[in-house]
Design a protein around this ligand. Sequence first.
Ligand code: NAP
Ligand code: G3H
Length: 478
Amino acid sequence: MMSMNTYPYLLNGQWQESSSNETIELVSPYKDEVVGRVQAMSRDEVDEAIHGAKRAQQEWAALPVNKRAELLYAWAEKLEERVDEIGQIIMQEVGKNLNDAKKEVVRTAEIIRYTAEEGIRFNGGFMQGDSFPGGSKNKMAIIKKEALGVVLAISPFNYPVNLAAAKIAPALVTGNAVVFKPATQGAISGIKMVEALHDAGLPKGLLNLVTGRGSVIGDYLTSHPGIDMITFTGGTGTGQHLSQQASMVPVVLELGGKDPALVLEDADLTLAADQIVSGAFSYSGQRCTAIKRVFVLEDQADELVDMLKERVAKLSVGSPEENSFIVPLVDAKTTDYVQGLIDDAVTKKATVVYGNKREGNLLHPTLLDHVTTDMRVAWEEPFGPVLPVIRVKSLDEMIALTNESEFGLQASVFTQNVNSAFTVADKLEVGTVQVNGRTERGPDHFPFIGVKQSGLGVQGIGRSLETMTRDKVTVINL
Ligand code: NAP
Ligand code: G3H
């Protein structure tokens, strides 16, 4: 009999304990207590998860798409019924404040529903031969969209429900089966989300849930011959490693970022300060799309830094249970890393404008000025509540420093001149440029893409349907 806090995995429609008899203990990021335990699955069990998904896939793909969409609609409904319960679990497990944790569940239901709608309208195409030189009208191609097979979905801790469902929903509606491996810290939230899918009528084996440390079963999963496509969100190092393991299957990677805010000389500084602070510090900066550095001209820097400081000082700091804006980071290792970036900058004479205070995993929001390019925090991704301000001499320097980064997820450009906005946006080597707004992924039907070390391929609802299918061409010769 499993103890109340020990969670099973889902295999071929059955919730099970691992024959390894091993579980992984998950500790709260903000309290000295165990949140629960998940199964450390064996390789044989991982094998069966993949084979079971393979067996379920063909029958599923043969169903009409409107029937497949019905499962997604039912899933969205089940999730909405459990917003409070799953929101609580997300909060306890990854330390997201309760309001944001519940919003994550609501947003996930919206993504699933929109994906069902897009899936129903997702079609292939038709081409005539005579549009090519020498071609004939009597040759026609009918291009259908076919599922790839078994999609391996691997998600990170920071959106344990949302970023998982954003992979699972498009895979299912296009006729794929799924093997889902949640982040270990985040696995209970993932299990709860899958419970909702199971309750919605998930066919046996169509989604199998695999739990265990990525460092132990990750390579086995990603190099497994039964996997037909991998969709991954997580750190750049993990993503790079994974893409070397995978062979001859499509891989979509959404990785780390170092999103800059470029504050141009004609920027509305009030708007810029509001957006930068919200973008940098929500969920304590544990967002791939957080603003992670600010470029400002020397002449405006004092004014902007004062405005940032005023706003940072007002951020609530404390427990996610009290809906604090700044909450403890996911674990001590991450907190040590972020503190190391701050310490390095301080040693190299950055000015601490605000913060640099630590209580356990709780790092107070930290604003650093006079950050220079020899400091690690100018280039490395903190995934924590630290915002470096880099004073520059020109717009060209802002653009050059943006493009010098190994990352290329998003950038914010603050200007009141629409021509400057477009000119600068075109020069930035990033997936998305936000003009006069903070960097962020949503709305979730927009393409979401990282270039350079920030990713490979593209997500966003419509784009994910594309990447999880292949063309099947039938040519008619009249
Ligand atoms: P992570 O440590 O890279 O883990 C991500 C996932 O990969 C987890 O499920 C992890 O499992 C798994 N994993 C670990 N080793 C693996 C291996 N060898 N093979 C296959 N999977 C493996 O990332 P994280 O700490 O959860 O998330 C933070 C990072 O994700 C940040 O860098 C952030 O920028 C990035 N991120 C990017 C986006 C985006 O859309 N661009 C969104 C969110 C987060 P375990 O948990 O069991 O180790
Ligand atoms: O952490 C990475 C997420 O994809 C960011 O999503 O911009 O909605 O917070 P968000």
